[in-house]
Ligand binder design. Structure first.
Ligand code: GCB
Ligand code: CA
Length: 891
C-alpha cells in the first residue's frame, strides 16, 4: 500500500513536471571570476577560492578602459559558479541562455563542454539537459575572451570592446516537447504580417517545434492573438506529430484580423501572440511562448521619405551605445530602459541600435514607446579577406534577424558601418581585391537578410568618401543609404553638409537616404561666446545641431536621421575633452542632459516646454562689464512658446521671441548667488522654470573695492569658460593686460593644425589631471601675466602642459585628416620671475615632466606698495608658454 502511494506521488510529480510551463530565471549572482587561463579551469579540481566574486552583468574593463595607461585587457578570462539546482525541474529540457558576452565564449558544465559562441553582441544558448544534475551542486565554468580575432567583426571601431558576460544569463527549463530554443537563440516563433491596412490585417505564424523525448509526440499547437487588454481576438490550432528527436515547422497561415488597431509612433499598440503546445490526448499545456505583435505597414520613398501606416513621418532620433559612467557595458536593465525613455522624452521617434544588436530590454522599450528602430551587426571600419570572416558576419546577421524578428519597432536591418574607414591598401591590385571582397561580404549579407526577412529594409552607413563606396559598388547594394556626416566638425565647412545631401539625392537617384550620423563633441563643463568647431563647448554644439536639423527638415528626401549619439560613450583610444570618451552624446556618460538635448526636446516634442539652458553650469564666472558691477553673459532659454520672459534676481529682463527653439537673454549676473526665473505661456499652459547660479565675479579694475578681489582662474590661449565641478571653481577666458586690470602680455593662442585647418588648443590627453581643457590650450610666446591686485599675500598657481611632441604628430586615429606637418616646438626652455625675483632660469616642461603631463607650480607671493603682481617669462630656447593661471588671495 505504502509503495503504491509513493508511486502515485511520483507519477503525480512527473505528470505535473511534464505539464508545467517554462521556467526561466537569471543566474547572475555570485560568480567567481579571474582573468587569464588557469589550468583546467573547467574542472572541479581547479581551486577558485582566490578568485574575485562578481555579479553578472559584468565586464573586466570598467576601470582599465578609463585609466591613464593606454590599452585595456584583451585576453581570456573565466567565470565559475557552483549552483545547486533543485529537483523541481528534473526530467525537463534545460538550457543556459546568454543575452550577450564579449566576444568568444566556451561553456562547460560539470567538466563537460556544452557549447561555444563567437561574437560579442548577439544572444546565444546551449542545451545542458544531459549535463545538469538535479538536487546537487553543478559547476558552471565559462571561458570568455575579448582578444582581437581577425575573423570576428568588429575588427576596430570607435568604441571600447569591453570584455565579459555583460548581459543577463539565464537558466530555462521546459518540457522535452517544446517550442524550439535552438534556432539562433530566437523565440522559435516567427510572426509575419504580409498584409496590413486600416480595415484588415493578415498574420502568419511559424512555430518551430522540438520533440526531445524517446517517443513520438502528438501535440496540438495553438496561437492565440489577444488584444492589449488580454481579450482573445483570434485563435488557430493545428495538430502535429513529431517523431522522437524531431524539430518541425508549423505554419499558421492568413490569420485575419478585422479593423486592426495599428502600431504607430504615437500609439504603439501591441497585440500579444500566445503560442502554446498541448498534449493532444491529455490536453495538458506543454510549453508556451509569448511574442508581441504590432500591426503596421511602412515604406521608404526616395523622394518623400518614410511613411508609417500611410502617413508621412520624418524619422528623427539618435544612435546609442550601451555603456555608462564607470560601468563599461555591464548595465542592469533599468539603465537600458532609462535610455529609451530619454530618447522618447526628447521627442525622438527613431533609434539606430548601433553599432550592434543590444539588450533585449532596449528592443522591448522601443516596441512599447513607439520608437522605430534600425538594428545592425557590428561590421565596422574594415573587413578581413577570409571566408571565415564572411561566414561569421553572415551568422551574426542571421542571429540578429531571428532574435528580433517579432519586434514591431524594427523596420531596418543594417550591416557595415564606414567599412572603408580603415582600408588596408590605398591603391593597386590589392585595393581592387579588397574592394571586391568587401562587395562580396556586402552582397552575402544583403542576400541573407533579404531572404531571412523580406518584410524590412536593409541599410548600410558610409563615411564621406563616396568614391570608395561607389568604386566597390556598395552604394548600390542596400535598400537604404545611410550617410555619416561631420561637416563643421571633422571637416571645416558646416554648409558642405547640405551640399552633400543634395549631391547624394542627385547622384543616387531612386535610393532612400538617411543621415545615420552627425554630431559635435560637447563637454558641458565648457562654454564659449566665440565658439568654433572642436572647442567642445555647449555653444558650438547648439550651432551645429541647429544647422543640421534645419537642413534635414527642409529636405523631404531625407527619410530620417539618427544623431551621433544619444550618450557619451567610452572609446579607449580617443581623446576628446574627456580622455577615453567620445563626447558627442546629447546626454553625458551619466546621462546628464546637455543643451543640445533640450534643443531637440523643444524642437520635437509637442508638449509645452520651458527650460533654462546651461542648466549644469552652476559655478559660473566672468569679468564685470557694466557700470552696475555686473557681468553680462548670455543664457539660452528653450521653449516652444512664442515668447518667454526671464527674471534675474526678481528683475524682469523683458520678453523675448523664441527663434530656433530658444531665446537668448543677456543676463546681468552679480557676484554670489543669482536666481533665474523664466516664465512663458505655451498652448494655454503657464510654464515656469528656475535655476540658481553661483557667480564668481572678477573686477575689471582689481583694486575696485566694490568688487573685492578673492581669486581669478584664467585659461590662457582660450576664449572658453570651464567649470571645475569637483571644487566649484570657475575658469574664465584670457584677456590682454590693461593697467589696473589683469591679463597676458604678448604671445599667441596655441592652435593645432588638422587636415582641414586648425583647432583651438590640442585634443591630446593630459596625464595627471581630470581637467584636460585647462591644460589643452596655452599662450605661446607669452611675455608676462600681470594682475594689478591690491597689497596682500597671494597663492599664484601656474599651470603647464607641453602640447608639442613627436608623438603628437601621429594622426589621431579618429580625428579624420589630422595631419603631420607641424614642426617639433616642444623643446623649449625659459626663465620665470615673479615681481622681479627669478624663480627659475631654465624651466623646461618637456625635459622635467615629459610630454602632455599636467604641471602645477604654486608660489606664495606678497604684494606690496601697490605694485600688483607680474609673472614674467624670459625666452631662452623656443617660445615660453603658459597654459593657465590661478591667483588666490590668502590675506
Ligand atoms: C563615425 C563612426 C562612429 C564614431 C563617430 C565619431 O563616423 O561611425 O563610430 O564614433 O564617427 O564620433 O567620430
Ligand atoms: Ca538585460
Amino acid at each position: 500500500m505504502k509503495k503504491f502511494f509513493y508511486i502515485f506521488i511520483l507519477l503525480l510529480i512527473v505528470g505535473w513536471a511534464q505539464a508545467q510551463q517554462r521556467v526561466v530565471y537569471t543566474i547572475n549572482d555570485g560568480w567567481k571570476f579571474t582573468k587569464g587561463s588557469p589550468f583546467e579551469a573547467q574542472l572541479a579540481g581547479c581551486d577558485d577560492s582566490s578568485w574575485e566574486t562578481v555579479n553578472i552583468p559584468h565586464t573586466w574593463n570598467d576601470k582599465d578602459a578609463d585609466d591613464e595607461t593606454p590599452g585595456f585587457y584583451r585576453g581570456p578570462a573565466w567565470y565559475r559558479k557552483q549552483l545547486f539546482v533543485d529537483k523541481s525541474q528534473e526530467g525537463r529540457q534545460a538550457v543556459i541562455y546568454f543575452e550577450g558576452a564579449n566576444q568568444e565564449v566556451q561553456c562547460y558544465l560539470n567538466g563537460q563542454f556544452v557549447g561555444e559562441h563567437k561574437g560579442g553582441y548577439t544572444r546565444f544558448c546551449f542545451d545542458i539537459t544531459s549535463h545538469l544534475r538535479y538536487g546537487q551542486e553543478n559547476l558552471f565554468a565559462i571561458y570568455v575572451n575579448n582578444v582581437y580575432n581577425p575573423n570576428i567583426p568588429p575588427l576596430s571601431a570607435d568604441f571600447t570592446f569591453f570584455g565579459g558576460i555583460y548581459r543577463d544569463v539565464y537558466l530555462q527549463f521546459m518540457n522535452p516537447v517544446h517550442i524550439a530554443t535552438n534556432d539562433y537563440a530566437s523565440s522559435g516563433v516567427y510572426i509575419r504580417t504580409p498584409e496590413v491596412n486600416n480595415s484588415a490585417a493578415s498574420v502568419e505564424i511559424t512555430t518551430l517545434l522540438t520533440n526531445n523525448t524517446l517517443q513520438p509526440a502528438e501535440i496540438r499547437v495553438e496561437n492565440i492573438i489577444c488584444d492589449a487588454d488580454g481579450r482573445e481576438v483570434k485563435k488557430t490550432h493545428a495538430e502535429v506529430k513529431l517523431a522522437s528527436g524531431e524539430t518541425k515547422t508549423d505554419i499558421s497561415k492568413k490569420i485575419k484580423i478585422d479593423s486592426p488597431r495599428l502600431w504607430d509612433i504615437d500609439d504603439p499598440y501591441r497585440y500579444m501572440v500566445y503560442t502554446r503546445i498541448l498534449d493532444k490526448k491529455k490536453g495538458a499545456l506543454l510549453d508556451e511562448v509569448v511574442n508581441p505583435l504590432g500591426l503596421r505597414w511602412f515604406k521608404f520613398d526616395s523622394e518623400k521619405g518614410f511613411f508609417l501606416n500611410g502617413k508621412g513621418r520624418k524619422l528623427i532620433g539618435t544612435a546609442r551605445h550601451q555603456d555608462y559612467f564607470q560601468k563599461g557595458n555591464a548595465l542592469r536593465d533599468e539603465l537600458h530602459v532609462q535610455d529609451v525613455l530619454l530618447l522618447k522624452e526628447m521627442g525622438g521617434n527613431f533609434l539606430r541600435v548601433s553599432h550592434y544588436p543590444q539588450d533585449p530590454v532596449i528592443m522591448e522599450m522601443c516596441d512599447k514607446l513607439g520608437i522605430v528602430t534600425s538594428v545592425e551587426i557590428p561590421v565596422v571600419n574594415a573587413v578581413t579577406e577570409t571566408e571565415e570572416f564572411l561566414q561569421n558576419s553572415v551568422e551574426m546577421a542571421k542571429e540578429m534577424v531571428r532574435q528580433d524578428f517579432n519586434r514591431p519597432s524594427v523596420m531596418i536591418w543594417g550591416y557595415m558601418n564606414e567599412i572603408f574607414l580603415r582600408r588596408p591598401y590605398t591603391e593597386g591590385k590589392q585595393l581592387e581585391n579588397y574592394y571586391r571582397f568587401t562587395e562580396k561580404v556586402a552582397r552575402a549579407l544583403e542576400a541573407t537578410i533579404r531572404e531571412e526577412d523580406p518584410s524590412r529594409y536593409t541599410m548600410m552607413a558610409y563615411h564621406n568618401m563616396p568614391q570608395y563606396y561607389e568604386d566597390a559598388h556598395l552604394t548600390e547594394i542596400p535598400m537604404i543609404q545611410g550617410w555619416n556626416l561631420y561637416q563643421g566638425w571633422y571637416e571645416p565647412d558646416i554648409n558642405e553638409f547640405q551640399r552633400l545631401l543634395d549631391r547624394a539625392h542627385k547622384v543616387y537617384k531612386g535610393k532612400v537616404l538617411m543621415v545615420t550620423e552627425y554630431g559635435p563633441g560637447v563637454d558641458p563643463r565648457l562654454h564659449s561666446y566665440q565658439s568654433e568647431r572642436f572647442d567642445f563647448s555647449q555653444e558650438y554644439g547648439l550651432v551645429y545641431h541647429k544647422h543640421y536639423l534645419r537642413e534635414m527638415m527642409k529636405r523631404p528626401f531625407i527619410a530620417g536621421s539618427s544623431l551621433w549619439n544619444l550618450n557619451d560613450f567610452y572609446s579607449e583610444s580617443r581623446v576628446d575633452a574627456v580622455p577615453h570618451v567620445n563626447n558627442k552624446g546629447v546626454v553625458g556618460l551619466d546621462r546628464e542632459k546637455k543643451d543640445a538635448y533640450w534643443f531637440y526636446k523643444t524642437a520635437l516634442s509637442r508638449r509645452p516646454i520651458l527650460v533654462i539652458g546651461n542648466r549644469e553650469w552652476k559655478s559660473r564666472g566672468g569679468v564685470v562689464n557694466t557700470a552696475q558691477k555686473e557681468c553680462i553673459q548670455s543664457v539660452p532659454v528653450f521653449s516652444n512658446a512664442e515668447e518667454v520672459e526671464l527674471f534675474v534676481n526678481n528683475k524682469s529682463l523683458g520678453k523675448k521671441k523664441v527663434e530656433d527653439n530658444y531665446a537668448l537673454f543677456d543676463v546681468p549676473f552679480v557676484g554670489g548667488e543669482n536666481l533665474l526665473e523664466a516664465v512663458a505661456v505655451a498652448s494655454g499652459h503657464k510654464l515656469r522654470d528656475m535655476l540658481r547660479i553661483q557667480f564668481q565675479l572678477v573686477g575689471s579694475q582689481l583694486k575696485d573695492e566694490a568688487v573685492p578681489f578673492t581669486e581669478i582662474n584664467v585659461m590662457l590661449g582660450s576664449p572658453r569658460y570651464f567649470e571645475d565641478r569637483s571644487a566649484n571653481v570657475a575658469w574664465i577666458p584670457e584677456q590682454e593686460y590693461k593697467p589696473g586690470s589683469w591679463g597676458f602680455v604678448g604671445g599667441t593662442s596655441y592652435r593645432r593644425k588638422t587636415g582641414f585647418g586648425s583647432m583651438l588648443g590640442s585634443d591630446i590627453d593630459i596625464h595627471g589631471t581630470d581637467m584636460n581643457p585647462v591644460f589643452q590650450t596655452q599662450r605661446v610666446g607669452i611675455k608676462s601675466f600681470k594682475a594689478d591686485v591690491p597689497d596682500g599675500e597671494y597663492s599664484v598657481y601656474l599651470y603647464w602642459a607641453e602640447l608639442e611632441s613627436d608623438k603628437e604628430r601621429e594622426a589621431l586615429v579618429y580625428n579624420l585628416g589630422a595631419d603631420s606637418e607641424q614642426t617639433f616646438a616642444g623643446n623649449r626652455s625659459f626663465g620665470i620671475s615673479i615681481n622681479g625675483t627669478t624663480v627659475s632660469d631654465d624651466f623646461n616642461v618637456a625635459r622635467d615632466y615629459g610630454y602632455a603631463r599636467a604641471v602645477i607650480k604654486k608660489f606664495v607671493i606678497t604684494v606690496k606698495d601697490g605694485k600688483g603682481l607680474s609673472v614674467d617669462f624670459h625666452k631662452k630656447e623656443g617660445e615660453p608658454i603658459l597654459n593657465a593661471i590661478r591667483i588666490y588671495r590668502n590675506y
